[in-house]
Design a protein around this ligand. Structure first.
Ligand code: NAP
Length: 248
């Protein structure tokens, strides 16, 4: 049997690129999505075309009951879990902190932080040797925004990714003897649809000049780092925060 990977937010962008590359490297892949079933099914079909098993599984990672149901479905369908990539994440429209509603900030943290936390918890209950599992790897998709703070853009988003970084380091150390490695990638400006969802479809192109490499990154370039962190080649890497940002 191939190892089994769950990618949250696997229907688009960095998550979809990760699902495709992981399949090419021998993983069976569960593609989680929130709303866009057609996109998730298309990614699952690409995974199957590579000869792997694939499942498109709907769940809002911000809803703990839905996360538990997602993992229960995966238990039934795949019968194992060896890797988790927490790529589900959102931004919001550019705003100052003194303009942000409580509801906006709560949604940001519910998806980006609590969703990551809940999925990692469920994965650990299956992969950790402490729970009778056979080990595994978790990769959280953070952002260089965690180090930059994103002033006058979305400080709430940057702070949520700061929480993901701290969670990654703490959890990595907590489970280091249990066969589970926990790492994060911190992408810079990557050319995906996330910028349109924040009301600025042209953001990646507009900000390219602020990147030392003078260009936005591609989802495939982030996926390569994620799939490496999942692999046995990264056997001694845990608690790492790997910037994939063109130097930003
Ligand atoms: P994207 O193209 O907008 O894709 C987002 C994905 O997350 C979609 O598959 C979406 O599913 C899913 N999703 C959103 N809310 C969800 C929820 N509540 N539950 C489950 N799935 C949910 O975004 P991306 O650019 O690939 O970003 C992926 C990750 O990289 C995010 O964590 C983001 O913060 C991080 N990142 C991105 C950049 C960048 O410049 N693109 C830079 C740094 C970090 P549906 O389409 O079905 O709703």
């Amino acid at each position: 049997m191939n190892p089994v990977l769950l990618v949250t937010g696997g229907s688009r962008g960095i998550g979809a690129a990760t699902a495709r590359l992981a399949a090419a490297r021998g993983w069976d892949v569960a593609v989680n999505y929130a709303r866009d079933e057609a996109a998730a099914q298309a990614v699952a079909a690409e995974v199957r075309a590579l000869g792997r098993r694939a499942w498109a599984l709907q769940a809002d990672v911000a809803d703990d009951a839905q996360v538990r149901a997602l993992f229960a479905t995966l238990d039934r369908e795949a019968g194992a879990l060896d890797g988790l990539v927490n790529s589900a994440g959102v931004v919001d429209a550019a705003a100052r902190v003194d303009e942000m509603s409580a509801a906006r900030v709560a949604r940001m943290f519910a998806i980006n932080v609590l969703g990551t936390f809940a999925c990692a918890r469920e994965a650990l209950r299956r992969m950790s040797r402490r729970h009778g599992g056979r080990g595994g790897a978790i990769v959280n998709v953070s952002s260089v925004a965690a180090t930059l703070g994103s002033p006058a853009q979305y400080v709430d988003y940057a702070a949520s990714k700061g929480a993901v970084d701290t969670f990654t380091v703490g959890l990595a150390r907590e489970v280091a003897t249990e066969g589970v490695r926990v790492n994060a990638v911190r992408p810079g400006i990557i050319d995906t649809e996330i910028h349109a969802s924040g009301g600025e479809p042209d953001r990646a192109r507009r900000l390219a000049a602020s990147v030392p490499m003078q260009r936005a990154g591609q989802a495939d370039e982030v996926a390569a780092a994620i799939v490496w962190l999942l692999s046995a080649e990264a056997a001694y890497a845990t608690g790492a925060l790997l910037d994939v940002s063109g130097g930003r």
